[in-house]
Write a protein that binds this ligand. Sequence first.
Ligand SMILES: Nc1nc2c(c(=O)[nH]1)N[C@H]1C(S)=C(S)[C@@H](COP(=O)(O)OP(=O)(O)OC[C@H]3O[C@@H](n4cnc5c(=O)[nH]c(N)nc54)[C@H](O)[C@@H]3O)O[C@H]1N2
Ligand SMILES: Nc1nc2c(c(=O)[nH]1)N[C@H]1C(S)=C(S)[C@@H](COP(=O)(O)OP(=O)(O)OC[C@H]3O[C@@H](n4cnc5c(=O)[nH]c(N)nc54)[C@H](O)[C@@H]3O)O[C@H]1N2
Ligand code: SF4
Ligand SMILES: [Mo]
Length: 704
Amino acid sequence: MIKHNDGIYKSACRMCHGGCGVNVHIEGGKITKVKGDPESPLNQGKVCVKAAASIELVYHPDRIKYPMKRVGDRGERLWQRISWDEAYDILAEKLQKIIDEDGAESIAIGTGTGRHHCDFVPRFANALGTPNWCEPGHAQCFFPRVNVSKMTFGDLPVCDYYGDVKPECILVWGHNPSVSGPDGELMFHSIAAKKKGCKFIVVDPRQTQLARKAEHWLQVRPGTDDALALSMIHVIINENLYDEEFVESWTYGFDELKQHVAKYPPEWAEKITWVPADLIQQAARLFATTKPAAIEWGCAIEHTPNSIQTARAIAILAAITGNIDVPGGWVFGSHSLGEFPALNEQLSERVKSKRLGASEFRVLGQSNVIPSAHIPAVFKAMRTGDPYLIKAFLIFGNNPLATYANSKLVFESLKKVEFLAVMELFMTPSAEMADLILPAASWLEVDAMPAFPYFAENAVLAQQKLEQIGECKQDEVVFIELAERMKLTSGKESLEEIFNRRLVEGGSELNFAELKEKGAIHNAMTYHKYKKNGGFNTESGKVELYSLALEKLGYAPLPYYVEPPESPISSPEISKEYPLVLTSGARLMSFFTSEHRQIKRLRKIHPDPRVDINPETAAVLGIKEGDWIWIETKRGKIRQKAKLFDGIDKRVINVEFGWWFPEKKDGEYGIWESNANVLTNSERPYDPAMGTYQLRALLCKVYK
Ligand SMILES: Nc1nc2c(c(=O)[nH]1)N[C@H]1C(S)=C(S)[C@@H](COP(=O)(O)OP(=O)(O)OC[C@H]3O[C@@H](n4cnc5c(=O)[nH]c(N)nc54)[C@H](O)[C@@H]3O)O[C@H]1N2
Ligand SMILES: Nc1nc2c(c(=O)[nH]1)N[C@H]1C(S)=C(S)[C@@H](COP(=O)(O)OP(=O)(O)OC[C@H]3O[C@@H](n4cnc5c(=O)[nH]c(N)nc54)[C@H](O)[C@@H]3O)O[C@H]1N2
Ligand code: SF4
Ligand SMILES: [Mo]
């Protein structure tokens, strides 16, 4: 590639899910600064601590720079540098043999969350002919919300921070936007809203910074959000605080809902959720009577096996209060791009029927906006060959041992698979198990066109390739080149062709090259679109309080509560040995998922994994601030450092997730020491529609 001239280039930071507009400075042929772009509609010049740390990531001495093949035994870490040509030969030969002998479904493809190449992974799987692609966030992150929204409203609503009217009340549920930023929206808008006097209601077992400043903080018992939301619906309907006109004209199934929630008064929910009934009442009243209001929901509601119905109950709160698609409310995005060419049509019905877990989890595997395989079913197929053997696993941007539930079972599965290829920025404990390693480009080394908030596409940004490290490639390019090498019938179109077509179809006058110059497109918000479009894009044309889509798939049309499968109530016998409720994963400002532990300036901010524990609980157990303590569940035990925190209930602890130690180069990078997923559960029960497993609301014990 031709080196960029010195200068300042616009791009979108991708150190997390977000896409803060940035100005990248190049001096002497090197990237020297990553600064917030004041012209960006999403962040208006602000960035977080991770943006500047990108430079350390790009030029990190531990980056994987060349393709490598394994020469010793698996896990022995004997690698030999090879050319891309040889890497493609190995891949093409191996994959073609499997396709010819077993069928393409015996190849599984894995990826991670929210990176530039995310959409291209299922696209490549479709081109290759396998229905089995998966991602640790698909059944337990964002897609339960997206699918629920599609079934309930016909589209995904997001907070309206952009119009002239701003939200007056935001209900923040299982989400900590001021640290984690997106899925739905970038962090800076929610912080600005708070400063401008917007009222906040926060539902969280931990007292986050936002919770401290909120009008109401509902300290829910982990995993019981469904009960809480149902009782809030009860209050709003019972006290006639709902928007009669909207409900009458634009919703389907209100009478059924009313009858259904009659059995969920706040006094019932108090016993389950540990939130006092009068607080539930006050929060429901505030939300229903402050207009316009919106919801910021997060992945914490999707880490238990009732993800779909929990998201449904929360979504209904915004619907019955008439906050859908109104200025300053919960609005549908501008959808500024044409459809992504996902190549779903490449899979025959016969092949689709082989998607692992799809016949049981029909929202995940069939009706999903991006249908995917069920993770535990994929790993089981690797280990046991039931219902057929997964012979190859190709991973593009995931460290499975760190982020899938039940790491030991994941380890057993990876050991069994005949061929493992990993495309990565750095060697990870999972990558060390591979047969073939491909060097991945980081976000400053790729051309990409992300749109935010994801799915709503109010703003479209351009990333530009500004550096070339070793022989690193961006994942999308590898998919295209491999499709060409394997002579696949699809998946060979160039990135620029795809970007330009999506821009034209989205109504933009710019092409990708021009977008790079400009930085971003941002379309004005529009409201009440359902009135012009003759209704909502659902079967009934209305907001479905009673879901015809779920009913048709064989699932409950009205939201309900289920007790977490491992809890003091559902499993008192386990609770005797493991008396504390465990939740995991609350995001940290300085890291993204399991990434960035090797970036010194970020690691300095947060050197060790920490577990939140109430000071009274700690005192009883003889634990002091900063002690390394054991946390143990039925699956295994890990160590994290105690952080005494009175913003967490005496009966609950919170462990950090994603921990491994890149500096521990011998052994397995400490993957078994502090990794939350040694504790979590990938076994039944799962969410009946989505297949979600349990990353939170489990039982544990802690000791010194
Ligand atoms: N800096 C940074 N940003 C990130 C990420 C990162 O790792 N670092 N990860 C990205 C990813 S993959 C995602 S999905 C998003 C996630 O971002 P969020 O959706 O904000 O998710 P978390 O921070 O994991 O959890 C949010 C809050 O839920 C609370 N919580 C825990 N258990 C429960 C429960 O049972 N019920 C309720 N109501 N609350 C609970 C936690 O205490 C926490 O404060 O962030 C993305 N952004
Ligand atoms: N216990 C517990 N477990 C959780 C969660 C939790 O809250 N608690 N959260 C869950 C959620 S919401 C999610 S979304 C998942 C997150 O899971 P993932 O998104 O899969 O995150 P990682 O496993 O950290 O994998 C990312 C890997 O990709 C590499 N990488 C980064 N950029 C690129 C790139 O452009 N190309 C390639 N090829 N590689 C790249 C990084 O070096 C890193 O090793 O974790 C889930 N696991
Ligand atoms: S919030 Fe995310 S996108 Fe924005 S600057 Fe921080 S890491 Fe980059
Ligand atoms: Mo996620």
